[in-house]
Design a protein around this ligand. Structure first.
Ligand code: ADP
Length: 259
């Protein structure tokens, strides 16, 4: 566990909600686009509540075996190796399943009995059921993405969680985050935030995902380390957003004007 608190700028009542959900042993679902501070929030809360955190970034290959554990060959013998979920259940850690909807469906099945009053994990390969430790906590994140082809999460799964929405912070908050994360001058951070705000409003560009705080932080870091401002925004913000030459040209024109 780190010795200094991770920097997290609260945007609402999320800390209180997390603490109460934790106290009442209710899992938490963090909803929102990528780069809006969900992972940082979980790191911060783990620090605040003095709990160990295990994070799993889920992708389409993530299976329940990856989480629960597997038999491995050691010389001539097979031994059982707990996966991160089993470890967290036994030791009372927070497990954070980042982008849970991306994982294989058997992951949802595996966490089922952990997300209700039973709070237990059935490990079929061992034929054993483990009761969750008092301090065990399940947190998951999910990018709703609406009609943009992201994977959905079934209502029956969602209703097992307390849910919090994350979004792009207000301009003042976002400027503060940039200054803290990049040590950039306030006036330059403000300009980056203005670029972010403008691009977020350009729905006609048809971007799959728009500018996240993460992209602005990256641009801020490049500027702070001495890369020219316009180039920094082009490579850290505009290029990651699109491969379409026309859209890219439009974004570059816009950002050049604003910084
Ligand atoms: P997500 O998990 O939602 O994809 P992250 O937590 O990884 O996003 O956030 C991406 C980056 O954006 C962080 O590394 C941090 O620099 C910055 N960030 C976004 N929101 C916040 C916030 N509220 N407080 C502090 N940093 C933030």
């Amino acid at each position: 566990m780190s010795t200094t608190a991770p920097y997290y700028h609260s945007t609402g009542k999320e800390e209180e909600v997390f603490e109460h959900a934790c106290r009442n042993k209710i899992p938490i679902l963090l909803k929102g686009p990528t780069g809006t501070g969900k992972s940082r929030f979980v790191e911060y809360m783990a620090y605040k509540l003095n709990k160990k955190l295990l994070t799993i970034s889920c992708h389409e290959e993530t299976s329940s075996t990856d989480l629960v554990g597997r038999f491995i060959l050691k010389g001539a013998e097979t031994t059982w190796l707990d996966g991160p979920l089993t470890t967290a259940v036994k030791e009372g850690f927070i497990i954070y399943l980042d982008e849970i909807a991306e994982a294989r469906p058997d992951v949802i099945v595996a966490i089922h009995s952990l997300t209700d009053h039973r709070r237990e994990l059935f490990v079929d390969k061992l034929g054993k059921t483990f009761k969750a430790h008092e301090d065990f906590m399940l947190v998951a994140s999910f990018n709703p993405g609406y009609q943009r082809g992201f994977k959905e999460l079934k209502p029956s799964t969602r209703q097992r969680f307390v849910a919090l929405t994350f979004n792009y912070p207000e301009a003042d908050h976002e400027t503060e985050i940039l200054v803290n994360e990049t040590k950039l001058e306030g006036s330059v951070a403000k300009k980056l935030v203005a670029i972010g705000g403008k691009i977020r409003n350009l729905t006609e560009l048809g971007l799959t995902e728009t500018v996240s705080t993460r992209l602005l932080v990256d641009a801020g870091k490049l500027i702070h380390s001495g890369l020219p401002k316009r180039l920094s925004v082009r490579v850290a913000v505009n290029e990651p957003l699109t491969d379409d030459p026309e859209v890219l040209a439009a974004l570059n024109d816009l950002s050049d004007l604003l910084i």
